[in-house]
Design a protein around this ligand. Structure first.
Ligand code: FAD
Length: 494
């Protein structure tokens, strides 16, 4: 099999019964569940784009190994051209979702490709683990599978290691090894889109301490594996609100979940790291597996902040406030933020580096700078939407009001914008903005930008520490001090 269609994806969802819990009940028909119905369609559209002549050559390529067409997420970049091909995929798919869905299939496709490209890392601990990750990569590439991931332990007591929690199987760990594989128990978070995926992959941020051996694991299993329970968070929309009233929330609800493993069997050929604290801690720093997906995240983030900025500009224009100095300043702040991110992404691609293993990776400093700026810029964009929209964000009637002939005159008279902007246009635009800046849906999007790849506070600290390690001296300061000292010693004779 090669690239799937949207219908293939929907049929796969219909064909299985993962244990999904939502609002205190078990969901038995995912495809018909109101909350999931539209998001499934939105994801299916991405698969369909792989077959659309307009996009096909941008987002897919012919696999050298199989001769089949596969998604660009499975391209192991060997040069700048490959990184460009990757970027086109990230751009096309994030534009299709306005950057509002962070964990589209390209994200984890890229993660697994990066892992397989660094199979040397896994082989250090035994060839079987290297073989496993390479075979798994081929399996998801050739079947065009959609993955979720859970790399964080649940927030129980962050001051203690996993082995010090009250119940030592609160965090996911190995119970025992059997002939068939590992038996694992405990939970992981925050598996975005889990109910709508084919597979889950488990790995961790480097945080293991001696004694944490049983937690230092990496593996992948099908999402409907027996014993795997998916506990969804409360929804941000109930799936019945209209697309007229909630143009974004009704389409792009990206469900997050805690995954509980109740003595789940992980077959040996699906294990990549087995109870190895060193491997668990070095996976990120040694393989740089965060960098290829960070490229996806940066481009998706760029599309999302560009979208929020466009909404702010069109909202200001629609009510004739974009002539005011303060509003122009706020909009320029966002526009310059967009340009900053855009420039950083381009620099990351242009200054890519080759690893000793022949992998082209985008430059880390600009990508990490994007990671530092976006968690501040995106919340600021949301604040500016709230400030510019002001009371207008709260005065929007519903689509039902517009549909009632008794209210037609009032609707058109009192809800129109500046000259040329009809009531219908203004209200729909403000509802779009409210989904981003007022609804629970929009608040999750802010939280996503802060936390989608770790704690921004610690990431900023790591950035400084790495900078200091790579730049241990301050040559310009030394030069300035040296010259000024020399000048001060000079005696001026007349
Ligand atoms: C919308 C959303 C979607 C997500 N999707 C995914 C996903 O698909 N897959 C996935 O695996 N994860 C996902 N995540 C989880 C994400 O990886 C974590 O939220 C992130 O790593 C931060 O961890 P935490 O939430 O446990 O916060 P914590 O680490 O518990 O931090 C809580 C607070 O305490 C502070 N703190 C905690 N420990 C320390 C410390 N040692 N030193 C200093 N300060 C500390 C932090 O700064 C923070 O303010 C998602 C998160 C969000 C919000």
């Amino acid at each position: 099999m090669s690239i799937r269609t949207g219908e293939d994806y929907i049929q796969a969802i219909k064909s299985r019964q993962p244990e999904v819990w939502l609002g205190g009940r078990r969901v038995t028909n995912l495809a018909e569940e109101p909350i999931f119905k539209q998001p499934i369609k939105e994801l299916a559209k991405l698969f369909d784009m792989q077959h659309d002549p307009k996009y096909q050559d941008k987002i897919t390529h012919i696999c050298e190994e199989t001769g089949e067409r596969v998604n660009n997420a499975y391209l192991n970049p060997r040069n700048g051209e490959d990184l460009k091909a990757r970027r086109e995929l990230f751009e096309v798919w994030s534009q299709a979702t306005f950057g509002l869905m962070g964990r589209t299939p390209d994200f984890l496709g890229t993660v697994v490709t990066a892992m397989a490209s660094n199979d040397w890392f896994f082989r250090q601990y035994g060839d079987r683990w290297g073989d496993n990750i390479v075979n798994y990569y081929k399996y998801i590439r050739d079947n065009d599978l959609f993955l979720t991931h859970a790399i964080i332990n649940p927030q129980n007591d962050r001051s203690k290691a996993s082995n010090e929690q009250v119940d030592t199987y609160t965090h996911l760990g190995v119970v025992k090894e059997t002939e068939e594989g590992l038996i694992v128990r405990g939970s992981k978070m925050l598996a975005t889109l889990a109910p709508l995926t084919d597979e889950v992959i488990i790995y961790s941020y480097p945080s293991f301490k001696p004694g944490d051996e049983k937690y230092a694991i990496s593996f992948a299993v099908p999402i409907d594996t027996p014993g795997l329970r998916i506990l969804c968070r409360e929804e941000t929309q109930n799936g019945t609100r209209s697309t007229w009233d909630h143009p974004l929330a009704s389409r792009f609800e990206e469900m997050d979940a805690v995954l509980v493993f109740n003595d789940v069997l992980v077959p040996w050929d699906r294990v990549f790291i087995n109870q190895n604290v060193e491997a668990g801690n070095l996976l990120y720093p040694k393989t740089g597996i965060n960098l290829q997906p960070s490229h996806q995240s940066a481009i998706r983030g760029l599309v999302k902040i560009s979208f929020a900025t466009e909404v702010a500009c069109s909202m200001a224009d629609s009510i004739g406030v974009d002539g005011f100095l303060n509003v122009q300043n706020q909009l320029s702040e966002l526009l310059q933020g967009v340009e900053t991110i855009r420039a950083l992404v381009r620099i990351a691609e242009y200054e890519y580096v080759m690893t000793p293993y022949g992998e082209a990776i985008p430059a880390i400093v600009p990508l990490e700078t994007v990671r530092g700026i976006l968690p501040k810029l995106y919340p600021r964009a949301i604040e500016i939407l709230q400030i510019i929209g002001a009371g207008g964000l709260l005065m929007s009637p519903s689509g039902a009001d517009f549909a009632n002939p008794e209210l037609t005159e009032d609707m058109h008279k009192h809800y129109g914008g500046r000259e040329g902007v009809t009531a219908d246009e203004r209200v729909r635009l403000f509802k779009l903005a409210w989904d981003l800046c007022g609804e629970a849906f929009g608040q999750r999007l802010v939280q996503y930008e802060r936390y989608y790849s770790g704690d921004p506070i610690r990431k900023m600290a790591m950035f400084y520490n790495t900078h200091k390690r790579n730049n241990p001296t301050y040559p310009m300061v030394e030069e300035a001090l040296r010259v000024s000292l020399e000048l001060s010693k000079e005696t001026v004779t007349i």
